[in-house]
Write a protein that binds this ligand. Structure first.
Ligand SMILES: Nc1ncnc2c1ncn2[C@@H]1O[C@H](COP(=O)(O)OP(=O)(O)O)[C@@H](O)[C@H]1O
Ligand SMILES: [Mg+2]
Length: 433
């Protein structure tokens, strides 16, 4: 190639690089050295240049982006290829851009290929391609496969890590849940125990009183025998015997109560058995009442019961059904007690009514209170586990969800009816089978 053509090629290439890096900003020069059908690739993902207009757009975008940056460009031509007819030149080079960003100078490396055609004594750019080598992370990995594999492994490792974390928190959650369920059981057990203690107290009082009485009678008997009054001695002996049978009777009562308590605390793997629903309900009503009284001496409520004697025995798991009744009654007492504390109405009489009824072959156990009712926005949540409106320590929010499950397991239904500020009624409906 002759020297002037060679110089022209070098000058055009340099001018083009100045244009591409916004050093020269002249429409005239652009028109002169770039073909209007120029094609090429810019450095951003979608930067495809299909015309001189696209090229100008690219320059504008570049200019906008580099507005506040102090940039310095350095072009290092690496190699060129001239075709045999000397009408096409391909030049590859590197561009190093030093940009000052936030007081730090960052070097950006570009690869730049340019194709020029010699036309009417001028070199014209017909194609260029710029790319950023720093996105290529491997020196040998042409298609980025190693890189991809590595990233995949990394990803898998992260997924495994996350999975194990999730499994851990799931286990923690399960443990907490089990603990809470346990604490609901313990809470109801606490109420039961207090109630039971109260129940035992009564026969125990009888036992103590009669046994003290008998001690005195034995002394009297001794006296009469010393006096030789056999008739009187016989009468006293009869009294002693009567008292003794009372002691025995009340001792057995206490025994039955303790046995009952043991039954409540046993784990529920029990089977359905013919159960006197009225007796069960009455028992738990009293247990719940005394349980609450034991905790809060000022607590008082009127109990109303209405038992349908025609019910007979119903097949249920007594401990489980007892737990449901206990929770409904405890909730009912709680509701009345709250209202009693809040209300200005001095005539308010906290009342819990419990009734049983045989209705179209179904057995209905109803627990009704004249407390504050369930607010509308809470009504669809009360059967959810952990939903409670009671202060921490007073409610676990598991009573109704457990009750619901137990009633369902009996093939029955647990329904609620309520009116805010007036009443709440829960109904257990079961079919005997
Ligand atoms: N008789 C009732 N009157 C008013 N609200 C009630 C009654 N029974 C249950 N609730 C509401 O339902 C919630 C859930 O009850 P429950 O599952 O037994 O849990 P907890 O008694 O531990 O709060 C209670 O916190 C209360 O807001
Ligand atoms: Mg409850």
């Amino acid at each position: 190639m002759n020297a002037s053509k060679e110089k022209l090629l070098n000058d055009t290439y340099k001018t083009f690089m100045d244009v591409a890096s916004n050093v020269i900003d002249s429409d005239e020069i652009i028109d002169e050295i770039i073909d209007k059908n120029v094609i090429g690739f810019g450095t951003t993902i979608d930067e495809k240049i299909f015309s001189l207009a696209d090229f100008r757009k690219m320059l504008l975008a570049q200019k906008e982006q580099s507005k506040d940056l102090q940039m310095h460009f350095k072009v290092i031509p690496l190699k060129r290829l001239i075709t045999a007819k000397e009408n096409v030149a391909v030049i590859i080079g590197e561009v190093i851009i030093s940009a000052k960003m936030e007081n730090e100078t960052v070097d950006i490396y570009l690869r730049f290929s340019t194709v020029l055609e010699y036309r009417q004594e001028k070199w014209i750019i017909i194609h260029f391609h710029a790319s950023k080598p720093e996105n290529v992370e491997s020196e040998k990995d042409t298609f980025g496969i190693d890189d991809w594999k590595q990233k995949n492994e990394e990803l898998e490792r992260k997924v495994a890590e996350k999975t194990s974390e999730l499994r851990q928190s799931l286990e923690n959650l399960k443990a907490t849940q089990a603990q809470l369920i346990q604490s609901e059981k313990m809470a109801s057990l606490g109420e039961l125990t207090a109630g039971i203690a109260h129940e035992i107290q009564n026969p125990l009082n009888f036992v103590n009183n009669f046994s003290e009485l008998n001690q005195e009678l034995v002394d009297e008997l001794d006296e009469e025998l010393n006096k030789g009054d056999i008739e009187e001695a016989k009468a006293i002996a009869k009294d002693i015997k009567d008292n003794e049978s009372k002691i025995n009777h009340h001792g057995k009562r206490a025994d039955a109560i303790v046995k009952g308590m043991l039954q409540h605390s046993r784990k529920s793997t029990a089977e359905k058995e013919p159960t006197d629903i009225n007796k069960l309900t009455d028992e738990y009503l009293r247990l719940a009442y005394h349980g609450l009284r034991a905790k809060d001496k000022s607590f008082n409520a009127t109990l109303e019961t209405d038992f349908d004697e025609s019910i007979g025995k119903v097949h249920v798991i007594p401990q489980d059904m007892g737990r449901v009744i206990l929770n409904l009654i405890t909730n009912a007492f709680y509701a009345c007690n709250e209202k009693k504390k809040e209300t200005k109405d001095s005539n308010y009489k906290p009342t819990v009514s419990v009734s049983t009824k045989k209705e179209k072959g179904n057995i209905v156990i109803s627990v009704k209170d004249n407390g504050n009712g369930v607010p509308k926005d809470a009504l669809d949540k009360i059967f959810q586990p952990f939903f409670t409106t009671k202060p921490t320590g007073e409610g676990t929010g598991l009573g109704l969800s457990m009750s619901y499950d137990i009633v369902k397991a009996h093939g029955g239904e647990l329904l609620v009816a309520t009116e805010e500020g007036k009443y709440t009624e829960f109904k257990i409906i079961i079919t005997d089978s």
